[in-house]
Write a protein that binds this ligand. Structure first.
Ligand code: ADP
Ligand code: ZN
Length: 721
């Protein structure tokens, strides 16, 4: 090749053509450096794919500058980049950035200097030095990382190094990961599990695209089953990707994985240090990383020999990315399986309606696990009608639920209270004048967090300490909390049961893998009697002594008019109910509600999943909602309200008139102000057969809007705010 088309990592630019200098050999997928104006950019050599570049005569082309020391991106991955960009109306460069997501990895092999204690004492001791010596026991890391661990300056550590108390160690940045052994600790599967595992293994050995829906009740041993599929892939010398919805789940998963395979898998998530990222990235690209467990972004990594993808808790909303490239990792995983020609397993006890529909129509193969492993029974579910049996004033737990909590505590069993609201109270107001605390950047109330003593916006992160007086009327000590959050429920439990050990489990309290691990260890050691948690505790956890689950407010999720509100409520409650009675003792679930007659609640109480899905499918069919029709959202935003409105109106005014596509709006988005930007929304509702993306691209392509206006397209949206 002496002329190549590059996908450069700059979303504002289309693909560009370059000349390949004499003697340089590039291949499709090679990652190269190229000149762009006075600067240099990274680009990927593209083949005749679907990226059209402007035509430039050969003699005007600039030469590429060099090839980066990483393997060329596979054809499969390049097709995935094209598909993702095309489907989600995103710039191919933005998708490619998710592939080349470690700057360090692109620089090639490297060593780095880490430091560790030598045992030698410094000549002169200071308080800072003493602190460093104490905290760095057993640690080895870069100076900067050690400084963070010891909470001293790097200067203090350099001083210690000069005195011989710290020594430098040269570390290969790409040192190999421990090997996973497929036969390390093979479990005996029950017949139902064995049949499922055999089917997966067959598909892996045969090769070829094979999408599966692993539909098994909570506690049926789905993880155990897909571990056998992983073992088969490993024996075939293939790599495996396991996508998990939440980093808080990773710790428990890693422990289990290590027990089964004798070594931890490679992890990938946003809180990795840059050295960890580069090491993982390079091991993935070389094929050395055998099993990668990660958040959705792990989907775009350059696996050399991918043989299987597992999406665990595949129904989870967090697989949908809501900024940047707005993709759904569950759906992109299936596409990657297709391009790579490999099996994909979507595992869930409460699959998304979309996935069930694909299984029912024969596109996905459904593998069912109908019973809990080891004879454990699914819990009994009862409804507590809050209208008939209300909690006392100012309290949130009905007497019957409290009675059951006390009973479990007496028996030494654990309980879990579920409320999907972080913090102490969702709204704070002034008793005197009624002033409500609102976020200055968002149309949202500030949420009181009592543990950390702040009022916080859950949308933009704005925080302020609770003021001593009302900012409106100046009355002191007048703030009242309205409604409950998990912290308030935890307070209520502590008042009612002073001896109970209560733990709050939310993304605020379990915000690092270490904290999550600590929580799991405490719960497993039965050092916690009552867990109060958000959706974070609805999945993954397996505490055999947990026998009671209380749903504090089942109606909460049904408010708000979200397209998937009923489905999400069903999934959350069925999942959290699935935490009860996983061991030898039977579990019980109490659902507090003001609408015991709502279809979701009656289906949950009757344990009739099919009834719920059938009714929900009918409602969706009538509304032309997914999976029977399609939605797309177009959000027009600006820091200037009038500018946002005018742009949205201009776009709305040029809407295409088509038989198979209806366009609603523009109207102010439910979150009309977010992070300081005013937002207007247009909703596109289309028949399944409509060419939605092409229509949207053509429609939006023709506007010359001010640069301060942002237009973002969300295909198959999950968030309707
Ligand atoms: P799910 O993911 O379907 O909720 P898990 O895979 O977490 O279920 O299994 C539930 C519990 O049963 C776990 O503690 C798991 O270790 C145990 N288990 C499942 N299958 C087996 C098996 N074949 N042998 C031993 N223990 C098993
Ligand atoms: Zn805000």
């Amino acid at each position: 090749m002496n002329r190549v088309r590059l996908l450069v990592l700059n979303a504002a630019l289309g693909p560009l053509d370059y000349r390949v200098p004499e003697g340089t050999v590039v291949k499709p997928g090679s990652v190269v450096r190229a000149p762009l104006g006075p600067r240099e950019v990274i680009g990927i050599v593209w083949d005749e794919g679907r990226l059209e570049a402007a035509s430039v005569p050969d003699n005007k082309l600039r030469p590429i500058l060099g090839i980066l020391p990483v393997p060329p991106l596979t054809d499969e991955l390049r097709r995935l980049v094209e598909w993702t960009a095309d489907y989600y109306c995103a710039a191919p460069a933005s998708v490619a950035r998710m592939v080349l997501s470690s700057g360090g990895a692109l620089k090639g092999p490297a060593t780095m200097t880490e430091y560790r204690l030598t045992g030698t004492m410094p000549d002169r001791m200071t308080a800072q030095r003493e602190q460093a010596l104490e905290r760095l026991e057993g640690e080895q890391a870069t100076l900067r990382e050690l400084a963070a661990i010891a909470e001293v300056s790097e200067g203090v550590l350099r001083g210690l190094a000069n005195m011989g108390a710290l020594e430098a160690v040269a570390v290969d940045c790409d040192r190999p990961f421990p090997r996973a052994e497929p036969d390390h600790a093979v479990p005996a599967l029950n017949p139902e599990q064995q049949a499922a595992a055999d089917r997966f293994s067959e598909a892996i050995t045969n090769g070829g695209f094979a999408p599966f829906l692993l539909d098994g009740v909570t506690g049926s041993g789905k993880t155990e089953v897909y571990f056998e599929a992983i073992a088969t892939a490993l024996k075939e010398g293939r790599q495996v990707l396991v996508l998990l919805p939440e980093i808080a789940l990773t710790e428990a998963f890693l422990k289990r994985f290590e027990a089964r395979f004798g070594a931890a898998p490679v992890t990938w998530h946003s809180s990795l240090k840059s050295t960890e990222r580069r090491r993982a990235w390079r091991a993935i690209a070389s094929g050395e990383a055998q099993v990668v467990v990660g958040a959705r972004s792990a989907l775009f990594l350059p696996y050399a020999r991918l043989g299987l993808i597992v999406v665990d808790e595949a129904h989870e909303v967090s697989f949908k990315q809501d900024d940047g490239v707005r993709y759904n990792a569950r759906d992109v995983a299936v596409m990657r399986g297709r391009f790579a020609g490999i099996p994909v397993i979507l595992a869930s006890a409460t699959p998304a309606l979309e996935s069930l529909q694909m299984a029912d129509s024969g596109v996905y193969e459904k593998i069912e696990l109908a019973a809990r492993y080891g004879g454990a029974q699914l819990p009994d579910i009862a409804v507590l009608d809050l209208r008939a049996d209300p909690p006392p004033r100012g309290r949130w737990l009905a007497p019957k639920l409290v009675e059951q909590l006390e009973l479990r505590a007496e028996r030494g069993e654990q309980s879990l209270l579920f409320l999907n609201r972080r913090g102490y109270a969702p709204l704070t107001l002034c008793r005197h004048c009624g002033y409500r605390f609102q976020c200055p950047n968002c149309s949202a109330w500030l949420v009181e967090h009592r543990f950390s003593q702040r009022l916080a916006c859950h949308h933009c992160g704005h925080e302020t300490p609770p003021p001593p007086a009302c900012p409106e009327c100046g009355t002191e000590d007048c703030l009242v909390a309205c409604g409950p959050g998990v912290e308030r429920i935890a307070d209520e439990v502590a008042e009612l049961m002073p001896k109970a050990r209560v733990a709050v489990a939310t993304s605020d309290t379990l915000n690092t893998p270490e904290r999550a691990a600590e929580f799991i260890a405490l719960a497993e050691a039965r050092q916690i009697d009552v867990i109060v948690g958000t959706q974070l505790v609805t999945k993954g956890f397996h505490f055999p002594e947990l026998t009671l689950v209380g749903v504090v407010d089942a109606d909460l999720g049904l408010e708000g008019g979200d397209l998937r509100a009923a489905e999400r409520t069903y999934q959350q409650i069925a999942q959290v109910a699935g935490r009860a009675g996983r061991g030898a003792k039977p579990g019980e679930v109490l659902i507090q509600t003001r609408h015991p007659e709502a279809p979701v609640i009656t289906a949950l109480a009757a344990g009739d999943r099919d009834a719920f899905y059938t009714a929900e499918a009918e409602a969706r069919r009538e509304a032309g909602a997914p999976p029977f029709g399609r939605w797309a959202a177009i959000i027009v935003s600006s820091e200037d309200e009038a500018e946002a409105r005018d742009a949205a109106r201009a776009i709305g005014g040029k809407r295409p008139e088509l038989a198979d596509i209806a366009i609603l709006g523009p109207a102010p988005a439910p979150l009309a102000l977010l992070r300081g930007r005013y937002r207007y929304r247009l909703l596109v509702n289309a028949r399944r057969t409509a060419q939605v993306q092409d229509v949207i691209r053509q429609w939006l392509g023709g506007f010359d809007l001010p640069r301060s206006v942002r237009v973002s397209v969300d295909i198959d949206p999950y968030s309707f705010v």
